[in-house]
Structures are given as C-alpha cells and as structure tokens.
Design a protein around this ligand. Structure first.
Ligand SMILES: [Zn+2]
Length: 366
C-alpha cells in the first residue's frame, strides 16, 4: 500500500477549515479529483463552499459524502492543530479523526476503485459546514445534486461515528434532538428581605425535568435522554436574590414518541411563571434498509475478519439530510476521539479504513 492517504490527510489538516470550510481546501480537493478524471463543480451557498465530483460509468451511482470543516481547536494542544504531526503511531491534528482522516482513506480508496473496471458511477460530495449544519451545506448541495444526478445506489459517509474500533460499526440512523430553554424573571432583591425566592421554585422544575424517564429504547435506538446543559443566574454577589434565571436542556430522542408528544410532556411540567422555549433541531431517523444493512455488514465482516456492529449510537451528521435521497450509512473512526484536544487517528486505523472502504466499493459493484 502506498501512503497517499496519509499525504492527503497531511494536506487537508494544513487548511484551517474551522466551520465553514475554506475555499482553498475545497479548491485543493477539486484539483485532486480533476486529476483522477472526475468532473467537479464548486457549489457555493452563502459563505459555505461545497464540492461535487461525478464520474459517469453506468446507470447506478455510488455516493461518497464527507465534510471538510472542523470544530475550533480549543486550548492546550501539544501540537500545532493545523500541521499533521506523527508521534508513536498516532497522527495528531484538528480533524484527523473527524473526519479528514477517514475521508482521506475513503478518497484514496475511491481513486484505487476508479482504476478497476466497474459499471458503477461515483458521486463525491464534500460539504463545508457539517459541524454547524446550516442550510448552506448538505441541504443546499443535495438540492443542486438531485436535479442533475439520480439513481443513487447507496451513500457511504466515512465519518467519525464508531462506538468501537475504527470501521467496526455501521451507523444507520440517529436519534432526534430537541433544545429546551427555561427563563424565570422576578425583581432582583436583598437576601435579607426577599420572601419568595423564585430560584428555589425554579430548581424544583429543573429537578422534575432531570428526573424524567422518557422510555427504555427499542431495537433500533437507545433510550431517549434529557440532559441539563446550563443553569445561569448571572449572580456573583452573596447578598442578592437574582432577577433572571435561565436553564438549558437538550433531549436526544428515539422514534417511540414524536417530537410533538415530547414537547407536550415537557410543557406539562413547567409552571406558568416560567417562560419556556422548545425547538426541534432534528427528527430521529433510520437511513438504511435492513437489506442494505445486512449486505454492508457481510462485506465489512469479510474485509476486516471481525464482527461488525450495526446501530444508531452517536451524534448527528450529514446523514440527517442525505437519507432523504438514498440509503445511507456512516462507517469510520471512533467517535470518542472527535473534537478533543490533541485529536488524532492512528496510522494503523488509516490503513485499516482505506482497505475497508476499498473492499466496500468493490463489494458494492459486484
Ligand atoms: Zn464529522
């Protein structure tokens, strides 16, 4: 095996693509795909550059989709987050795990696959804002793509998504997400003479929400879970009863109840004096048929010679949009290494994923 997937990762990490992705990174990928004989087009939507690459070889089209943007590095990195650094078998840099590493392995696997004769067409979609998911990324790109290309066989997203080792999990859907914000307002007062401290009552409401047991999950999904993410009173003094209190929650929910039912359950627990704002960010979905799940599992198990898990554990991704157009799965690096300080992927995982993606592409075309 050559090390072109490592060289590509090194190049991709060198672009600062904190959301949205930089046009330089997109141009680099465009030129790379051009050099492989793939027709490319930069689809700019708002401030987000996205890339489409298409190679026509037959009526059915394999889709490989990924994102070039990354989250902010944050502090206390040992290494320069925008320079790939190898140390003791690990490759450090922002995006190495999520998802420039798996994506580099998948793109080089696609290049090798193109060299083989096959009547499977290929479409490559690279988006620039997956980490914030505005309408300018995959949503806008698919509106463009769907008017020009169709007959998608399946979509493979080389995403950071595995709750186990690299490549040993096929993510086939995702729980939905709801944000809840509570606001209580009362006159600020002196602790010595305030009769009804609304913070006391507010905490009871927070407790009622935190203690909610929504369901115990089903075959496809983990249990729905409410998490308290912030309580803010903005008070640094010891002798003031605060005037404004805000609390924020997020609910990750499965398909046992609809988002409307969950909103009702939450609203019923909120007393009238508290303002509540509930917004649905995404609905739960299964993005891949059982038949395709089994087929991919068989190919992957044969490639890695290991049992491969299937499930919906983990966070949201561009699969949220892509599944509306085709069967789609995510296969990639361990999610626990995403968004971390000193983010890394191992050299052996880069090789392992490149081989796996190649075997999947070949397996799908036969
Ligand atoms: Zn990602």
């Amino acid at each position: 095996m050559d090390n072109d997937h490592i060289k590509l990762l090194q190049k991709l990490v060198s672009f600062d693509t904190v959301t949205p992705a930089s046009i330089e990174a997109v141009r680099y990928c465009k030129e790379l795909l051009d050099s492989w004989g793939i027709e490319t087009y930069i689809h700019q939507s708002g401030n987000v550059p996205n890339l489409v690459g298409y190679l026509n070889r037959g009526s059915e089209t394999l889709c490989i989709a990924g994102h070039l943007d990354v989250v902010v590095p944050g502090n206390e990195w040992t290494y320069n987050p925008f320079e790939l650094t190898e140390h003791a078998g690990k490759l450090y840099g922002r995006g190495t795990n999520d998802m420039k590493g798996p994506l580099s392995s998948a793109l080089i696997a696609a290049r090798d696959f193109i060299k083989q004769s096959s009547n499977l067409s290929i479409i490559i979609l690279l988006t620039g804002d997956e980490e914030v998911m505005t309408d300018n990324g995959m949503k806008s790109l698919m509106e463009y793509v769907n008017q020009r290309y169709n007959n998608f066989l399946i979509g493979i997203i080389p995403e950071s998504c595995s709750p186990r080792n690299s490549g040993e999990y096929i993510k086939v859907g995702c729980r939905g997400s709801i944000n809840v914000r509570l606001i209580s307002q009362a006159p600020q007062g002196h602790v010595a003479c305030t009769q009804n401290n609304h913070l006391h009552k507010f905490i009871n409401t927070v407790n009622a929400l935190v203690n909610l047991r929504l369901d115990s999950g089903n075959n496809d999904f983990e249990p729905s879970l409410l998490q308290l993410t912030s309580i803010d009173v903005g008070n640094n003094a010891r002798n003031i009863v605060p005037g404004n209190i805000t609390a924020k929650f997020n609910i990750r929910f499965n398909n046992i109840r609809s988002s409307a039912e969950l909103k009702q359950i939450v609203s019923d627990l909120i007393p009238e004096y508290i303002n509540v704002d509930i917004s649905t960010l995404s609905e739960p979905f299964i993005g891949c048929s059982n038949e395709w799940q089994k087929k991919l599992q068989t190919i992957a198990e044969k490639s890695l010679n290991k049992p491969i898990g299937i499930g919906t554990i983990g966070g949201n991704s561009d699969a949220q949009t892509l599944h509306k157009y085709m069967n789609v799965v995510e296969i990639g690096s361990p999610l626990a290494q995403a968004h971390t300080t000193d983010e890394f992927i191992t050299l052996s995982d880069m090789d392992k994923l490149r081989k796996l993606y190649y075997d999947v592409f070949v397996g799908l075309s036969s």
